[in-house]
Ligand binder design. Structure first.
Ligand SMILES: [Zn+2]
Length: 383
């Protein structure tokens, strides 16, 4: 308790520049100052202000700035200084609001620091994530092209391609109706000898149409509906944005848990994953965006979008029948299955349907041409 303690102190009387050293004792209402030459009893309520100092605290008598105010410095530890402050506030019977709040804030100091720190961290996290959303804007489109080339080499070395001059000519000629004017990408349309209803777009503009998608389409509009969706993935740079997201989150984790723990192995694993599966599997947001913008492209081309709906319904049916089976190539494609939650997508697209009476993608011989894709001879590694 303060009442039994004495503290060393210095007293400036306001007239002499030399302080008097001595000791103080406190009661609930008074401070007694003793030195060899003087004894003063001061009422706590007469002190105008109290400030904390490194060695204790300082009382000031007057707020009047026109003349020097007597000052009493009491040397004590921080806890004692806070107790003296409380005595002073009680004696003044004047716990004014700001002082009281100030005092409370000081008491909760460590908790406050932690809370402010947490809020700051969360803020930095949000800023980081929103920065990630924009970072692709400063990545040149040549990056999309080289990333796509990398993945296309993997695809073409492990999956069967098929070829048809008629299909190639038809698709490369008509694709210009869908590709937005001023697109920075050069599109290449290739065919995979796989019986699923599916397609894959790579960053930079290579699009693979599956044999199953072509052969099961009664009208070329069905394939063009898928093409519009895939072109939208490319134009919106979903691959690069997906990559930034994946690498960015790894970098953030590395930053948070420290470079010693989140080592480069993690980054290598992610980039490995990215170059195979992740690049082909988009987030739900990107799928929705590609559906929406695909419909815009179809409208600009004055093509009827019903074909796209027909394909999605076919995909849904195939998903339900699990046509993937046990074939190992198909197992790979199960991983690459790029269009999740088909039912939801169908519902959303139905809301945005429109009609078009023109038929810009019509092909008289479609039923024959769609089956013209013949397996490409794969070079034996011994040759
Ligand atoms: Zn997609």
């Amino acid at each position: 308790m303060l009442e039994n303690k004495q503290f060393s102190a210095r007293y400036f009387n306001g007239t002499s520049p030399i302080p008097i050293s001595g000791e103080v004792a406190l009661s609930p209402t008074e401070v007694s100052f003793f030195s060899q030459s003087t004894k003063e009893v001061l009422h706590l309520r007469d002190f105008h202000d109290l400030t904390f100092q490194a060695k204790g605290l300082k009382f000031t008598f007057r707020e009047d700035q026109t003349q020097e105010s007597p000052i009493l410095e009491i040397h004590c530890n921080q806890e004692e200084a806070r107790e003296i402050e409380l005595l002073w506030l009680r004696a003044k019977n004047d716990m004014n609001l700001s002082r009281a709040i100030n005092r409370e804030l000081r008491m909760v100091h460590p908790v406050l620091i932690t809370a402010v720190g947490l809020v700051l961290l969360i803020g930095i996290g949000f800023a980081y994530v929103s920065m990630l959303k924009k970072i692709h804007l400063v990545i040149p489109v040549t990056f999309d092209v080289s990333l796509g080339k990398e993945v296309s080499e993997r695809i073409e070395s492990s999956l069967p391609l098929c070829e048809s001059n008629e299909l190639s000519q038809y698709f490369s000629k008509k694709a210009n109706l869908l590709i937005p004017k001023g697109s920075p990408f050069t599109y290449q349309i290739k065919f995979l000898d796989i019986p699923n209803t599916n397609a894959i777009a790579l960053s930079g503009g290579t699009i693979y149409l599956f044999r199953g998608l072509l052969e099961k389409s009664d009208h070329p509009n069905e394939v063009w509906g898928v093409m519009a969706h895939e072109i939208s993935h490319v134009e919106n740079r979903h691959h690069v944005r997906q990559l930034v997201k994946a690498l960015g989150i790894t970098a953030l984790i590395t930053f948070l848990i420290g470079p010693g723990v989140g080592d480069f192995q993690a980054l290598e694993n992610v980039s490995e994953l990215v170059s195979t599966v992740l690049v082909l599997k988009f987030s739900r947001d990107f799928e929705d965006e590609a559906d929406d913008q695909g419909l815009v492209l179809l409208r600009n081309a004055k093509s009827d979008p019903q074909g796209f709906l027909i394909v999605l319904k076919r995909i849904l049916k195939e998903e339900k029948q699990d046509v993937i089976g046990n074939d190992s190539t198909m197992r790979v494609f199960e991983l690459l299955n790029t269009h999740p939650a088909t039912e939801d997508r169908i519902a959303k697209i139905k809301d945005k349907m429109f009609r078009s009476s023109s038929d810009p993608f019509a092909l008289k011989d479609w039923n024959r041409v769609k089956k013209s894709c013949k397996a490409k001879k794969v070079k034996s590694p011994l040759q």
